[in-house]
Design a protein around this ligand. Structure first.
Ligand SMILES: [Zn+2]
Ligand SMILES: [Zn+2]
Length: 280
């Protein structure tokens, strides 16, 4: 790295605003590229006005709106944010039925039914979401709901990786990079697994993946919390599935990975590996 670039680089950190929204204080993440000003918004449960203020203050343009799952507290703002930004809404297909039953969820909580909106597209295991020079890998983590996903942000500008970097490079790329369908899926799946296992085995050697020179980040939805896990007694929940998702997929990530749960305080994969009573 050239010394002359240093100051510039310092100001080019990932924009990551986490705001608790709505009655159940769902953590909404606004992720922006400081150079291209492209962004994605994850779990806009409510408070669309506040999300729009943050987007405007940072001069961000939303490329995609994603929900980690379709419980009412994570999807209430999808319609309003989609209308205000024109950005497409993405979920995992296995949560579509649940999204269609927002009225039942609202009755259960005793709250008004939020407006629902068109789902433009589905994301699945291994897909990559891109905004500018940043990206997040979709990890399907069923259990809390059948279509629960986690987003693993493993690359930023300084760690470069396959993105190639460069100002404005993101503008020419699609915001959603598909896992190859068909026969290639199995091998791509295997390479993802190999990649995750490589991470798991490289703790001692300092994992090189990360965001802006810091650790990678995981937006975990309601799958993994600080000292707890998501409830599985609601529509389509499964204790067996959530434990398998956490043990096989999330615990394969590096210890330093910063975890942003769907509610409450942030934690790390290492802390949860050591102290989470559900993972003993
Ligand atoms: Zn939930
Ligand atoms: Zn929630």
């Amino acid at each position: 790295m050239k010394a002359t670039c240093y100051n510039l680089r310092v100001s080019e950190k990932l924009i990551h605003e986490i705001i608790p929204v709505g009655l159940l204080q769902c953590n909404c993440s606004i992720l922006g590229d400081p150079v291209t000003r492209e962004a994605i918004v994850v779990d806009p449960g409510d408070d669309v006005e506040h999300v729009l203020e943050i987007l405007a203050a940072n001069k961000l343009k939303v490329r995609a709106i994603v929900s980690t799952h379709t419980h009412i507290d994570h999807v209430g703002g999808l319609a309003g944010l989609r209308r205000a930004t024109g950005a497409p809404v993405l979920i995992h297909e296995a949560d579509l039925d649940l999204y269609r039953r927002l009225d039942v969820q609202a009755q259960f909580l005793g709250t008004p039914t939020p407006e629902s909106t068109k789902i433009e597209d589905f994301v699945k295991e291994g897909d990559t979401l891109r905004w500018g020079d940043y990206s997040a890998r979709v990890i399907h983590t069923p259990g809390h709901t059948p279509g629960s996903i986690s987003l693993y942000i493993e690359r930023g500008r300084e760690t470069g990786g396959e993105s190639g970097g460069g100002k404005g490079a993101g503008a020419t790329r699609s915001f959603l990079e598909r896992q190859t369908p068909g026969p290639a899926t199995a091998s791509a799946q295997a390479s993802l697994q190999a990649d995750l296992e490589a991470h798991a085995h490289s703790h001692a050697h300092q994992v090189t993946h990360g965001v802006d020179g810091g650790p990678a980040r995981l937006i975990a939805g309601d799958t993994l919390f600080q000292g707890s896990i998501g409830r599985t007694d609601l529509w389509g929940g499964s204790m067996k599935d959530i434990l398998r998702s956490i043990r096989e997929k999330l615990m394969a990530l590096p210890d330093k990975t910063l975890v942003i749960p769907g509610h409450g305080e942030t934690t790390t994969i290492g802390e949860e590996r050591e102290y989470n009573p559900y993972l003993k």
